[in-house]
Design a binder for this molecule. Structure first.
Ligand code: UD1
Ligand code: CA
Length: 467
């Protein structure tokens, strides 16, 4: 089947009611654009090709498309039927099946889409559509059925009679159809309706009325068909998304201490027996191993985290953390920081574009940028890799077993060789040989009796001033 299945995602609409400069389909839920959620569903059906209809903000939409999708421009948004018709030049002679989805319906599930495809294949239908029963179907298109229950058409709310508006079964806007039939029906569309648009639903109705086999799958979950038209709907869908995602991961053996306040993106994976605390935000392509604690109000994006890692109240981006590490509170990893196993990254430690070997500790107040740090290194409190001289970035290397004392500056490029020891408060500008102690600071001088002398001088001055 996959050899003759093509997906079409409609994403050209402006989304006027969002009142936004960003095209509607790029507004995110859990860090993933609405369109990204839909494309994830498409990935699951094995289509040989995916066309995304772009219009408003088309350039921005193109930027986020994966290589497997092709953008097709709809210059003017003349309706959903017109949108799908833009693919016609690309599908000349195509005899297979198209799956059509809306780019602004993010909570459609893999299972529902699979059920619709299965209904289509099992009944050898020409056309199948997804419907949902809603308590309050608002302005969505209503599904019309004949006396035998067969779908006979879809009527848009604005064109519907009072009786039709009372129908609670709505058109989700997800279809599976034989392309030759749909393509012919699209050619016959006219914009003679309340909105003056070329309705895809009219083409669907024409096929349904043409004596062909029409199947449908009805979801009993109204959220699956819910689209985003306003910021309030975006927020409502985000809340519902959080609820479902937490439910999904709880079923996989993850504890959530505050599921409503926790955001887990659709590309995230969480291992067994993880604990995700309230307010944690885990986005992008983040993978987390088993038995990790993602502490309250931590934020992670595009992170790779091993097993048994504890993360407290930290901001971690584009980086990796080895098994058994302790991170935070208030740690910041970014730009490909790679922190080894059993490391300890403590409060107010920022690590950028650096690697830290297994068992290394940077427990408090440090900046490690552009550094290669070996195993079992101790980075004392307040250590700074001075990686930028105002023009270029240079690397710092600290080899295995070295000890960098508190409040030291390592002026890059510089290397502290294996087991080297940097005295606290040093400013290191030259390499430290293996096993050597480097002291790079002014010598201390004690001036005996200095305080008493100074006080005596002050007392003499003030009695003169008063007299
Ligand atoms: C459409 C359906 C309606 C269904 C509803 C489900 C039609 C005529 N009506 O209505 O039956 O209940 O979806 O959400 O199809 N788009 C384009 N180009 C256009 C117009 C729209 O790409 O010229 C895209 C939009 O970006 C959106 C999708 O098509 O992703 C649906 O368009 P929208 O205007 O939201 O249709 P509805 O009025 O919601
Ligand atoms: Ca819509």
């Amino acid at each position: 089947m996959s050899q003759e299945l093509v997906a079409i995602v409609m994403a050209a609409g402006k989304g006027t009611r969002m009142k936004s400069d960003l095209p509607k389909v790029l507004h995110p839920i859990a860090g993933e654009p609405l369109l990204g959620h839909v494309l994830l569903r498409v990935e699951g059906i094995g289509a040989q090709k995916t066309y995304v209809i772009v219009g408003h903000g088309g350039d921005k939409v193109r930027e986020m498309l994966p290589g497997t999708s092709q953008a097709v421009e709809q210059k003017e948004q003349l309706g959903t039927g017109h949108a799908v018709d833009q693919v016609s030049p690309h599908l000349e002679g195509f005899q297979g099946t198209v799956v059509i989805l809306s780019g602004d319906v993010p909570l459609l599930s893999d299972a529902t889409l699979a059920a619709l495809l299965k209904a289509h294949m099992d009944t050898k239908a020409t056309l199948s559509l997804l419907t949902a029963h809603m308590h309050d179907p608002g302005s969505l298109g209503r599904v019309l059925r004949g006396p035998n229950g067969k779908v006979t058409g879809i009527v848009e709310f604005k064109d519907a009679t009072a009786d039709q508006r009372a129908i609670r079964e709505i058109n989700v806007g997800t279809y599976v159809c034989s392309w030759p039939h749909l393509s012919a029906a699209l050619k016959n569309l006219t914009p003679n309706n309340a909105q003056g648009e070329y309705y895809l639903t009219d083409a669907i109705a024409a096929i349904a009325g043409g004596g062909h086999t029409v199947a449908s799958h009805t979801s009993n979950d109204p959220w699956e068909g819910a689209g985003v038209n306003t910021r309030a709907e975006l927020a409502a869908l985000q809340t519902e998304y959080n609820r479902r995602t937490a439910a999904h991961w709880m079923a996989e053996g993850v504890t959530f201490t505050g599921p409503e306040s926790t955001v887990v993106g659709p590309r995230v994976t969480l291992g067994r027996d993880c604990v995700v605390e309230q307010g944690a935000i885990i986005l992008g392509r983040t993978s987390i191993g088993d038995r990790c604690i993602i502490g309250a109000y931590s934020q992670l994006r595009d992170m790779s985290v091993g097993d048994d890692v504890e993360i407290l109240h930290s901001y971690l981006v584009d980086s990796s953390i080895g098994d058994g590490a302790h991170v935070g509170p208030y740690a910041h990893l970014r730009a490909h920081a790679a922190v080894g196993k059993n490391t300890r990254i403590g409060n107010f430690v920022e690590i950028k574009n650096s690697t830290l070997g297994d068992g290394t500790k940077a427990a408090h107040l440090a900046y490690l940028g552009d550094a290669t740090i070996g195993k079992k290194v101790n980075i004392g409190c307040g250590v700074i890799t001075v990686n930028y001289d105002g023009m270029r970035k240079c690397r710092t290397t600290v080899e295995d077993g070295a000890f960098v004392g508190s409040n030291s500056n390592l002026i890059a490029p510089v290397t502290v060789h294996a087991d080297g020891y940097v005295a606290a408060g040093s400013t290191i500008t030259e390499d430290v040989p293996a096993g050597a102690l480097a002291v790079g600071r002014g010598r201390q001088a004690n001036k005996e009796g200095w305080v008493a002398k100074r006080r005596g001088a002050q007392a003499a001055t003030s009695s003169r001033d008063q007299g």
